[in-house]
Design a protein. Structure first.
Length: 140
């Protein structure tokens, strides 16, 4: 059964996502990050390149020829995601395809609209029989 984790209190959802990606990579895990659209995908791509000056986060888009071998995939289209270990959902909607992943991570920002959307996603998972776990972030 897919494990669902909500991380609440994120000042910057993308930066939290990158920190979680780095943690997953340390554990030799593969990650797919699902974004809201091309602009969000581009922004996250840039952040992954610039997050740390002396390290590289190996990543690419789902349609890249190297996607099957690359540990981090970012995209706003779900049909080509080659990994099924961890899905970080930065999309405003619940991913209909979430059950193919071992774990889904939802990152909730401080904005009231984001919190309302996260509550909808939380209910979506719960109503499907997946009990989400909630974790409160400290300063990030």
């Amino acid at each position: 059964m897919t494990r669902i984790d909500f991380y609440t209190g994120a000042a910057d959802r993308q930066r939290v996502a990158v920190r979680l990606v780095l943690k997953a990579l340390e554990q030799k895990r593969r990650v797919a990050i699902y974004t809201d659209g091309p602009v969000a995908t581009d922004a996250l791509d840039h952040l992954l390149w610039t997050f740390q000056q002396l390290s590289f986060v190996p990543h690419c888009r789902a349609d890249d020829a190297l996607a099957p071998e690359t540990p981090v995939i970012i995209d706003h289209q779900y049909k080509n995601l080659p990994h099924t270990e961890i899905l970080i959902n930065l999309h405003s909607d619940s991913p209909a395809f979430f059950e193919q992943f071992e774990r889904v991570i939802e990152i909730v920002g401080d904005d009231e609209q984001e919190k309302a959307l996260a509550r909808q996603r939380f209910r979506f998972y719960r109503d499907k029989g997946y009990p989400p776990q909630t974790h409160t972030l400290g300063k990030n």
